[in-house]
Design a protein around this ligand. Sequence first.
Ligand code: ACO
Length: 156
Amino acid sequence: MNIRLARAEDVVGMQQANLVNLPENYNIRLWIYHIVTWPQLSFVAEDPKGRIIGYVLAKIEEETVDPADIHGHINSISVMLSYRRLGLAKKLMELSQDAMVSVYKAKYVSLHVRETNRAAIGLYRDALGFEAVGTEKGYYYDGENAYMMRLNLKHD
Ligand code: ACO
């Protein structure tokens, strides 16, 4: 498996993986917008044939004017079922987090996750050190609540 920066030509493969793995799906323009606007933050994992088997789609929150509040946000991450528990998601997250610091001087990274998503919460909390900082009631289309999670990023 190879992990590399996402490119504009990857958006169809990324969107396909997203459709298979998650109920939260996005217009192709949103995928392109992220990769064009923050080209250092989104990554893909590919199999030996170059097929996309995982991705992380990330951005910098733009409304921020206070440098102390510059932060990254993980919009979406997923790994195809047969490639899970190999450390791919952790690696994708770490690469994006590192770029948030080195390129944008981001102080922390945030995300939303379904309260019942045990695998993702395990990844964020246990493997990466995120903490839940609140709950958004009815955040998802089916009424499920989201945990808002956050990780302070290390600066050398
Ligand atoms: N149960 C508990 N902990 C888990 C699980 C699980 N099923 N999967 C991963 N973890 C934790 C473990 O601590 C694991 O370390 P270990 O394997 O040494 O125990 C650690 O996370 C790292 O796991 P990875 O192998 O890097 O994770 P993986 O590549 O399997 O991907 C992911 C995890 C992305 C959550 C995957 O299960 C998936 O694609 N799920 C469906 C899509 C999804 O839920 N995406 C997140 C939605 S929230 C958002 O996008 C912001």
